[in-house]
Design a protein around this ligand. Sequence first.
Ligand SMILES: Nc1ncnc2c1ncn2[C@@H]1O[C@H](COP(=O)(O)OP(=O)(O)O)[C@@H](O)[C@H]1O
Ligand SMILES: [Mg+2]
Length: 428
Amino acid sequence: MRPTALAWRSLVITARVAIGVAQAFAGAAIVALRRGRPAAKRHLARRATGTVMRLGPTFVKAGQILGTRRDVLPPLLCDELSALRDDVAALGPARSRAALAAVYGPDVDAVFAEVDYTAVAGGSVACIYRATLHDGADVAVKLQRPGIRPLMAADLALIRRGAAMVARLPAFRGVPVRELVDNLCDAVIGQLDFAREAASLERMRANLTVLSRVRVPRVRFDASRPECIVMEFVPDLDIHTSDRCTLVARRSFAKSTLDVMYQMLFIDGFVHCDMHPGNLYFLVTGQTVVLDAGFSTQLTDKMRRLFADFFLNFAVGRGSRCAELVLESALGVRADGDPAAFRVDMAELVVRNHGLPAKDFSLMAFATEMFELQRRYGIAAAPELVFPLLALLVIEGTVRDLDPDVDFQEEGKPTLNRAVFGVGSTAS
Ligand SMILES: Nc1ncnc2c1ncn2[C@@H]1O[C@H](COP(=O)(O)OP(=O)(O)O)[C@@H](O)[C@H]1O
Ligand SMILES: [Mg+2]
């Protein structure tokens, strides 16, 4: 980006943030007087999210990623941030044709026999098209938006600069702002690494072939490029399919979704962290489709076992063992932390939740309380133990909508037994 363009962008962002902050606080003050503090906090969180959305794709992605960090941020803010959706129109056919030509150059006709330039779907980073290859394969083409990389790079440079200033404020002394922001920026720019995304998708497909009713599109590496993923097209994707299915079919979708999650968490250790509706579909044929491995993580073998062990002990209500496992895996304990008190309260939390009937057990409520205990007693949880839990939280709502009686703990047992003891049959 040219220096003048960069200066202009930084001006626009500063102005939007300043206006957003001023409006949010003024509004919150009024709401606080009329409806009390909790309503005012909600108002602030909502306004903050609105501002983020107006700042464009880099900030939307950063907000979405931050919104998953329920271990760090207040639940209220996470609820708002995780509802952030890309609100950008797909490219029109003429610009799409130019964008594909820019990526493939003279190869475009050699690779594609036919391309429908009306996008099937569009997000802030890419648009998706349907095309045919010369061997007759029906493919989905996930093409990065032109100009997205320089825009994101410029925005992230501004975010870094802003964070460096904020880090100097007395209120942030001792908070590792730089590390947090560096991690966030890496995660955001990582969304543009399509070579890695394609490799992750393929790896996930290979891992999940053991689940016969689960489908992950096969990547066509021969036709893909660093800015474009070409993969098998999955027809009839519709987020409302399950609404029209029988209860039996819905239960089976819920089970498949959990099977996918447990297979990734407990057996493979390679986890899709973003299986929200839009990345997870159900077909009338009974298949469950998993897409978009852009946000996935590899657990170390130690952590995978630890997580499986945690879940298994949770499922039988062994609270003190669960508390012990969290402490074992923790990155550290704050100087004024209190691991002994954590042990007592954490064990109580597990026992209390284990006793609940399946329909009353909420993973979200459990995790929120656990993160709260960690904060209170100064236990810094290892990200590897947090990410799997966060991945589970993303699917909880979907699974419960499909099957209100679902028992998360019971469903996990066969996969857990295979993971921990190497016994039991392969789930379907
Ligand atoms: N292989 C595919 N076959 C058919 N439609 C697809 C395929 N991949 C993606 N799509 C459609 O495009 C949408 C966005 O794709 P996704 O990979 O999730 O992109 P993003 O990274 O923008 O979220 C999906 O929700 C789906 O509707
Ligand atoms: Mg997606």
